[in-house]
Ligand binder design. Structure first.
Ligand SMILES: NC(=O)c1ccc[n+]([C@@H]2O[C@H](COP(=O)([O-])OP(=O)(O)OC[C@H]3O[C@@H](n4cnc5c(N)ncnc54)[C@H](O)[C@@H]3O)[C@@H](O)[C@H]2O)c1
Ligand SMILES: O=C(O)C[C@H](O)C(=O)O
Length: 331
């Protein structure tokens, strides 16, 4: 058996963490032969609740769980971790956009960037889940200048999973038969879920998704808006934001980053290098492939006029969020 790796989850007493911790500790993220030592960070008033979570983790009797450190101190939580799930932040309520959380949440990511910079390994892989996830990831990276920018990512995997699931249901195939759907841009209602390069296995034959669906209007309208608004639909129904599916997506994102995405493209918010005419230095979701712990943007895709408009709109929103976040972080 390998030596345990240290992994931190922030917001560890919250609802996403409640599903995520089991997935990490049971081997679904780092593999069935990799023990994990979990660092659990939450704020001081939540330490009592967190104690209950620690009890439950013990009661799961998980062979891969080598130890647990509950703490309210970021510098203790981030010490020597190889992977950081930054979940802890306020969730939105019905009627809000995710960017309405910016002023409340972005300072958390400034402070955590500073703590990561001081005590984390320089090869730590950081996944920001707390909203607005893309801009929080950017700020976290900015305040951790000693850690490479490519180690900071934001979660759009939930959007990808939603899109894949919608397409599979429309075509009438199992969800794993659909691949290479892309989420471009912000994890917000301006994101562009793009099925134009997706492929589907129907009865053993590979087909382009647009040909299998044969309904361009659906792919440009209902499909796009359903995925863009799915988070709000879950909030309207549950009166709380998505948690089970968010935890699953966080596991998928980190697993693929560590263990590789194989022959599938996955969507990740990464610091933009300007690919596809997107603004540089915002955290923009691109299609990537991952291997040996590194991601690479899929290049050479055709951008139609429709796609150009969608990419520009979400890029513009990210540039605006970035400016707002930098202003908030000044004080
Ligand atoms: N990117 C995505 O796809 C996605 C999906 C779902 C939810 N989210 C976001 O994830 C975040 C968490 O959602 P949740 O439902 O688990 O919320 P929650 O309110 O149930 O839990 C959040 C936890 O974070 C803790 N917290 C607050 N400030 C903290 C800090 N400075 N350090 C450490 N912990 C802190 C809180 O005490 C709480 O326990 C929200 O911002 C939500 O909008 C993102
Ligand atoms: O929609 C939200 O506010 C929560 C999360 O970002 C989601 O996509 O479900």
């Amino acid at each position: 058996m390998a030596e345990p790796i240290k992994v931190v989850v922030t917001g560890a007493a919250g609802q996403i963490a409640y599903s995520l911790l089991y997935q990490i500790a049971s081997g679904a993220v780092f593999g069935p032969n990799q023990p994990v030592y979990l660092h659990l960070l939450d704020i001081a008033p939540m330490m009592g609740v967190l104690e209950g979570v620690v009890m439950e983790l013990a009661d799961c009797a998980l062979p891969l769980l080598a130890g647990v450190l509950p703490t309210a101190k970021p510098e203790e939580a981030f010490k020597d971790v190889v992977a950081a799930f930054l979940v802890g932040a306020m969730p939105r309520k019905e009627g809000m956009e995710r960017k309405d959380l910016l002023a409340a949440n972005v300072r958390i990511f400034k402070e955590q960037g500073q703590a990561l910079d001081k005590v984390a390994r320089k090869d730590v892989k950081v996944l920001v889940v707390g909203n607005p996830a893309n801009t929080n990831a950017l700020i976290c990276s900015k305040y951790a200048p000693s850690i490479p920018k490519e180690n900071f990512t934001a979660m759009t995997r939930l959007d990808q999973n939603r899109a894949q699931s919608q397409l599979a249901a429309k075509i009438g195939v199992p969800v794993q038969n659909v691949k290479n759907v892309i989420i471009w841009g912000n994890h917000s209602s301006t994101q562009f879920p793009d099925a134009s390069n997706a492929v589907v296995n129907v009865g053993g034959a590979q087909k382009p998704v647009p040909a299998a669906i044969n309904d361009d209007a659906y792919l440009k309208s209902t499909f796009v808006t359903t995925v863009q608004k799915r988070g709000a639909a879950v909030i309207a129904a549950r009166k709380m934001s998505s948690a089970l599916s968010a935890a699953k997506a966080a596991s998928d994102h980190m697993r693929d980053w560590f263990l590789g995405s194989g022959d599938r493209w996955v969507s990740m918010g990464v610091v933009s290098d300007g690919s596809y005419g997107t603004p540089r230095d915002v955290v923009f979701s691109f299609p990537v492939t991952t291997a040996n712990g590194k991601w690479k943007i899929v290049q050479g895709l055709t951008i139609t006029d429709f796609a150009r408009q969608m990419l520009d709109a979400t890029g513009k929103e990210l540039a605006e969020e970035k400016q707002e976040a930098l202003d908030v972080c000044k004080d």
